[in-house]
Design a protein around this ligand. Structure first.
Ligand SMILES: Nc1ncnc2c1ncn2[C@@H]1O[C@H](COP(=O)(O)OP(=O)(O)O)[C@@H](O)[C@H]1O
Ligand SMILES: [Mg+2]
Length: 365
């Protein structure tokens, strides 16, 4: 069991001094547009990943009248209470502390408090470019395979190196071949990790989908980033003139994708917005179940505006699954009844909060 027991937020967007005691189960937040619901989830995200899910730069996150924002949390992890804190100043100073020790790499952060997020951006899992689906797959591989991080980082370096060589005026063939060899070795490792993970993840998504809806005919197919009937080494050689012209490497795991089809058509072309939301929700729930199965750990779920575009029946099923999983869940929405009805009635561990003009107060539910 892992959950955030306490959360303090200062100077983050419109949130004034916020101090919350949280439930290990569901934490339900309701309030009007612009009241601060997404900002609260953003605060938790900052604590878990060192960055916002809304902006790349952190300055817009800091309250206009403040010089810095801070988020502090008490994380209960295997009966140990871990204080974690993050603060960021307008000048760009960034501090992250776990158990009063300074941490300066994002992956240690991500391991401390793994998060799964569902918000308006999540639609990009289907309607966005392959980058979103690669990030989705890699979240899972990172969290279940400890060797993956180093392999992935080495691959990124090899790719950068090869691309910078492609930009030289005169390319030394021998040097290029050496780099190609290195590139291919790492590319295959990255791909093997992803394939192995997807072999478990895809059936999980199918299972969650069957629990959530009666939609049938979904297919998921991993594209490695190159034609797998050929060797990547041969492709690099035959494509080199094209790569040189483009000045980037055209094939490899950095071009991978997870192709989603519904009744033999691209899912993005045929699914309604509501169906898309069900599917991306199922994809996130599947990751959480697999993560729990593989590691015995739980992640935290941030579900922003869950009720929008989901009817009561689907919301209840989403809530039921998350309740069964046992992960701590944060759900926001505009209408209190819509948010409350998401969580199973028998689910005792739940707290409800009213968000209003940047203030948050606990209410009965
Ligand atoms: N840097 C900032 N300083 C102060 N207020 C901000 C800042 N950034 C955004 N806001 C305001 O914070 C409010 C809360 O936004 P948000 O959390 O997205 O609301 P909700 O999700 O409840 O609709 C908005 O009214 C927005 O204008
Ligand atoms: Mg919002």
């Amino acid at each position: 069991m892992m959950y955030l027991k306490k959360l303090d937020v200062h100077g983050l967007r419109n949130l004034k001094g916020i101090q919350l005691l949280l439930s290990p189960g569901a934490n339900l937040f309701y309030g009007q547009n612009g009241s601060g619901k997404t900002s609260l989830l953003e605060a938790i995200h900052l604590l878990g990943r060192g960055r916002s899910f809304r902006t790349r730069t952190l300055n817009p996150v800091i309250n206009q009248e403040e010089g810095s924002c801070t988020v502090f949390g008490l994380l209960e992890k295997e009966s140990i209470t871990l204080p974690i804190g993050v603060s960021r100043s307008r000048q760009g100073d960034f501090q992250f502390r776990v158990n009063s020790q300074s941490i300066n790499n994002a992956s240690t952060l991500a391991e401390t408090m793994p998060l799964l997020v569902l918000d308006s951006e999540s639609f990009h899992l289907l309607d966005g470019g392959p980058k979103y689906r690669r990030q989705y797959i890699d979240w899972g591989v990172f969290h279940v395979e400890h060797q993956y991080r180093t392999v992935w980082q080495s691959f990124r370096r090899a790719l950068k190196q090869r691309n910078s060589l492609l930009r030289h005026d005169r390319i030394d063939d021998a040097e290029m071949s050496v780099w190609d060899q290195e590139f291919v070795g790492l590319a295959e490792q990255v791909n093997n990790f992803r394939e192995a993970y997807l072999q478990e993840l895809i059936p999980k998504i199918q299972w969650v989908m069957s629990e959530l809806s009666s939609m049938e005919g979904l297919e998921f197919k991993h594209y490695a980033g190159w034609d797998k009937t050929k060797s990547l080494a041969d492709i690099l050689v035959s494509d080199r003139p094209r790569d040189v012209l483009a000045k980037v490497t055209g094939h490899g795991p950095h071009r991978a994708d997870l192709r989603v089809r519904f009744n033999k058509q691209s899912a993005n072309d045929v699914l309604s917005r509501g169906q898309t939301k069900i599917l991306v929700t199922a994809m996130q729930i599947a990751q959480g179940f697999l993560f729990h199965e593989r590691t015995g750990c739980q992640c935290l779920y941030l579900l922003d505006d869950l009720p929008s575009e989901l009817d009561l029946q689907h919301r209840e099923k989403v809530g039921e699954l998350l309740y069964r999983l046992g992960a701590q869940t944060f759900i926001t929405g505009v209408i209190p009844e819509d948010v409350v009805s998401t969580w199973p009635k028998e689910g005792k561990q739940k707290s409800m909060f009213h968000v209003e003009h940047g203030g948050i107060t606990p209410v009965e539910c």
